[in-house]
Design a protein around this ligand. Sequence first.
Ligand SMILES: [Zn+2]
Length: 629
Amino acid sequence: MKKLIFLLFTVSVSSYAQHKNPNPGYWQQHVDYKMDVTMDVEKFQYSGTQELVYTNNSNDTLKKVFYHLYFNAFKPGSEMDARLTSISDPDKRMVKSFKGADGIEKKQSKIAELKPTEIGFLNVVDLKQDGVALKNKVVGTILEVELAKPLLPKAKTTFTMKFNGQVPVMVRRAGRNSEEGVALSMTQWYPKMAEFDFEGWHADPYIGREFHGVWGNFDVKLTLDKNYTVGATGYLQNKNEIGHGYQDAGVNVSIPKKQKTLTWHFVAPNVHDFAWGADPNFIHDKVLGANNVELHFFYKNDSSIIENWKKLQPETVKLLDFFNKNIGNYPYKQYSVIQGGDGGMEYAMCTLITGKRSLPSLIGVTAHEMAHMWFQHLLATNESKHEWMDEGFTSFISDFAVNQIMDKKNQEDENPFQSAYGNYYYMVKKNGQQPLSTHADRYSDNMNYGISAYSKGSVFITQLAYVIGWDKTLETLKRFYHDFSFSHPTPNDFKRTAERVSGAVLDWYLVDWTQTTNTIDYGVKKVEVNQNKVNVTLERIGQMPMPLDVLVIYEDESSETFYIPNTLMRYTKANPYPNISRTVLNGWDWAYETYNFKFDTKGKKIKTLVIDPTQLMADVNKANNSKDF
Ligand SMILES: [Zn+2]
């Protein structure tokens, strides 16, 4: 009987832990963490143990592994510090501005100024592999580890260590005493195994942004001052001993006066990170969302924010519902919105956001970070390499969600995607574009990174809706989630999904939009009207190909459209204007710079001819897109 139960248990665990990535030969590593950590809330120092059972799912024999030690970034002289000095537009949160002797405004890195008691650090001691001590070397935020015994394909090994760290003064994302007074924003705080996957090692130093992790299970015990309320990744195992708003209804939790600390035990299955936030003055609310998912809210007991945080809760229920319906069901049973950090940042089963915001801003940031549960966490693209997929897709779906769920009085005509196009055109005009395939740390400046990842990445989706239609695009998002969740999908996986859903060939779209700085510019070159006969010549000025919708409006307000397929697609999209009659013309082969077509007005007078009236196609020069008569 025991054996049978054991069998059932392993079957259910392994089926839950399995990714569905359909690519032949795809693999990713697997981790099982056990951590036991004690936090000194006075000194902002912590220490603990970590046991990591590491499974090598690759076909390689590993002789080395790498850990991230993110908190080492918050030391004077770190790479993150150096980058703050070299970049032309450093993140405002990370620098102090002052006027120099010459009267010119200068910026000073906040990391450079940190005193020894204020820096962040993460030290690993007594690192062993299956009980054997390991040679290791700290290189900035990366720990390079030589294995004592090579790890064979499909084999497991157990790493054990002691570690200690100091929570830095808040400079970026994590730290102590945030600007809004949250004591502990604990993100990227523990020695974290770097991911080795089908693309190889991803031991990127922490310079500024973006994370990539190994899928697995976390079992974390946190011991700290009993007055602190903790919000975290994972499910609290001892909620009826802890209380703090976690306890079941009717349970009365009493902690002996003599007892100074509480040990919180969290378990998070099938995630690739573990984050937490804690404060002695948190309000903790719980509401139930779709599929009985518990939504937890942790925010300061500050009368200026309480009303907005209460109003946020039913909106978060709507957001969860929207993402479930438009991407796919949230697979965990809990999600936490925790006040903390320095803006908004996504983590496993939770987010840390700043909380002193107007209600629309509070809903907006929650929508964005929550959407990252799908586009970053569950669809765990490598954010360093494909930052436009997590930030762009998240921006798209959260803008869409907010537009749908918010009270739409007075904003009926608002296009929630307009600002993404505007930002992209601004970047093109400044001639500052770099391909979206640029590593997140290697953009020339923050503006370029931001517009590329968030705006151009979001336009990738809305413009795809122009290319294959809204229905097929929204279906692609769902299929992508269905096929690739719990794995590390790539840009090509998304493109293939769109191809599978639509039947169109889309290689040109992915390549031109994400791997080049090619732009789109089509124009109306010439229109000759001879009684009822119209002869239109269009030109392609930009390098990037596109299919074209051309709308003709007549003086009597009737209209018709012409569709010019992009022959590279081998595809005709559904009529985007079902109420307007459409003529599908011959395809336009890219190399031809002009395209000619004729039509008969049947006695009507043309008022306007316009290319892509939806403006979902990111044509960089709209001035030549139409002709009035
Ligand atoms: Zn984001």
